[in-house]
Write a protein that binds this ligand. Structure first.
Ligand SMILES: [Zn+2]
Length: 241
């Protein structure tokens, strides 16, 4: 498994395609969810996100962070640098767990998982309307792809080490994910008045498929290697504005 996210041959084309996908997907999310104007929260996302992306393989990509206002807890990424975290997840995690979650989502973007997924579907040639919805669905469907999840877990842990965090905080975030899954499920069961279409959307927002225990085991197995092979690149001087 490639745990680095090196640029490909068609990097320029990939960047343009990703931007177009991101705009379509972001528009769909903007139509269907409410963003929260939480200055402090946005500040935190931008600060932690910048620290992680700076030492990733795509330091020049403009990453954008959004807080979605919903009682359901989750985070996801879309191609081209768009990262979404729900406000209920924000208030459930500590800063380290948030860093680990962001590192994982950022790794989906540096590996271009969303773009790859989209290109697979494009081959099936049913790219018609509702483009934004499809991009959103592909982005959340990434959680069903064990390979992509593991790749992002491990690349994310590498980023944490480079950014001066203890990569083991990835395990704390994964453990939390197990509790959150259960909380989301119960919340959705209680949500009786949700319309069917909306229910479908919320299900997409919260579903987590790959067994988290297996992910915890795989990440634990990589921690020694990551600690040995990755250097701390974080330098406070890089972040003086
Ligand atoms: Zn993921």
């Amino acid at each position: 498994m490639d745990i680095t996210a090196q640029p490909g041959r068609d990097e320029m084309k990939a960047n343009y395609t990703e931007q177009a996908l991101a705009e379509g997907g972001h528009y769909f999310i903007w139509l269907n969810f409410k963003f929260e104007d939480d200055f402090e929260g946005m500040n935190k996302l931008n600060r932690i996100g910048a620290r992680i992306t700076k030492y990733s393989e795509r330091p020049n990509l403009k990453f954008k962070y959004f807080i979605i206002d919903t009682k359901y807890k989750n985070a996801f990424a879309m191609p081209g640098g768009y990262v979404y975290v729900t406000n209920s997840l924000m208030s459930r995690v500590n800063d380290d767990q948030l860093a680990a979650i962001l590192a994982h989502e950022i790794a989906h973007i540096t590996h271009k998982h969303g773009l790859k997924k989209f290109e697979e579907f494009q081959k099936q040639a049913w790219l018609k309307s509702l483009l934004g919805q499809k991009i959103f669905f592909y982005s959340t469907d990434l959680r069903k792809e064990m390979d992509y999840e593991l790749q992002s877990d491990i690349t994310g842990a590498r980023y944490l080490k480079r950014a001066g965090y203890d990569p083991a905080i990835a395990l704390s975030a994964l453990n939390l994910l197990k509790d959150i899954d259960e909380e989301n499920r119960r919340e959705l069961e209680r949500d009786m008045e949700l319309e069917p279409e909306r229910r479908k959307l919320i299900k997409k927002l919260i579903e987590n498929h790959p067994p988290i225990d297996e992910r915890i085991q795989k990440v634990s197995g990589q921690l020694d290697t990551i600690n040995r092979e990755e250097k701390v690149l974080f330098d406070e001087k890089d972040f003086v504005f």
